[in-house]
Design a protein. Structure first.
Length: 330
């Protein structure tokens, strides 16, 4: 069963300068399902729209970001809530149904307050728990369940290492047992050993609470370590979706093939090619398949028509005319 469904979402940054409108097409007709009990990885180069897609999932939709169409539906307790048409529901969903782990942990933890205070706020506001002892007990139990030391509660954020702060932020975001955890570049800017700790923690959370985790990172190595399914984004669109096994062992889209080929492999000392050219501007993306100016396989049809995202078998989907002639209807 899916817990979150995104349908035909268009989220653009719309600004106007001297009466001239600019539209950055960050998320352009994206459809995606997030299943219960899965770790979904969203991959792509920076500026491909993946962080914008996350922002829309948590209802962080403020001008200039504008939703021009589509639905973002959370399914829980037998209800369907589309946060595009039912914006007022977002506050009821935050923390309990979904929670967000931002890139920098300091934006969540208040530098002037001990960690326990932030846990306390959350338990007071959302669960109406007032007793100090109960708050302490619940916070300690939660950290213990995640294999983190409860001593962190009496520390100030600056007294913890960057990696521990990030893990505490993740623990905090799971305190009310949300159904979906949404993490943006949660492992970026951490060294490899610390990164491994954060990945272990996310896996532990998933097996402990049986929730869904959406992890966005440009780092395919992280996806290889954690994701059950992977979504490949490029220039505001989804180009391929599949199980981690399919994406790594049998990538179909020419762009995904480049991403996988550019990964270092153990014992292989040969020079790795990166994707030729640069990602396009989302202000004026290429016509047709947005990858066509960089694609070695491009055909005439690719310049004019947008390939539809088609299931080529057991949930492996690809948007490329090499696999299906079906075009997107716009
Ligand atoms: Fe290349 Fe055409 Fe496929 Fe786009 S649709 S990836 S240009 S072959
Ligand atoms: Mg980003």
């Amino acid at each position: 069963m899916e817990i979150l469904k995104i349908e035909n979402l268009r989220a653009y940054y719309i600004t106007s300068l001297y009466g001239v409108e600019r539209r950055v097409r960050a998320v352009d007709n994206v459809s995606l399902e997030v299943m219960e009990n899965e770790i979904l990885g969203i991959a792509g180069e920076s500026g491909c729209g993946k962080s914008t897609l996350l922002k829309t999932m948590i209802g962080l939709i403020k001008p200039p970001l504008t939703i021009l169409g589509g639905k973002i539906t959370y399914k829980f307790d037998g209800k369907d809530i589309d946060i595009v048409s039912q914006k007022e529901e977002i506050n009821n969903l935050r923390w309990k149904v979904f929670s967000y782990v931002p890139q920098g942990s300091m934006s969540v933890l208040n530098p002037t307050r001990k960690i326990i205070k932030t846990f306390e706020d959350l338990l007071k506001v959302h669960l109406k728990i007032e007793g100090k002892e109960e708050i302490k007990k619940l916070s300690e139990e939660h950290l213990k369940a995640l294999g983190l030391p409860s001593e962190v509660l009496t520390s100030y954020p600056h007294q913890l290492s960057g990696g521990m702060r990030q893990r505490v932020t993740i623990a905090l975001s799971t305190l009310l047992k949300p159904k979906v955890i949404i993490a943006d570049e949660a492992t970026t800017a951490l060294d490899v050993v610390v990164q491994r700790g954060v990945i272990q923690l996310l896996k532990r959370i998933q097996s402990e609470f049986k929730n869904s985790i959406i992890i966005v990172t440009h780092d395919m190595g992280v996806h290889a370590n954690i994701a059950d399914r992977i979504v490949i984004m490029y220039a505001g669109k989804i180009l391929e979706v599949g199980s981690a096994k399919d994406i790594f062992k049998n990538p179909l889209h020419p762009y995904t093939k480049y991403l996988i080929d550019s990964l270092p492999k153990i014992g292989d000392k040969t020079f790795k090619k990166s994707v030729p050219g640069a990602p396009p501007s989302l202000l004026n993306p290429p016509t047709g398949c947005r990858f066509h100016p960089r694609c070695g396989m491009a055909m005439e049809v690719c310049k004019e028509n947008v390939p539809a995202l088609i299931d080529v078998g057991s949930g492996h989907k690809v948007a490329c005319f090499l696999y299906s002639k079906e075009a997107e209807i716009s």
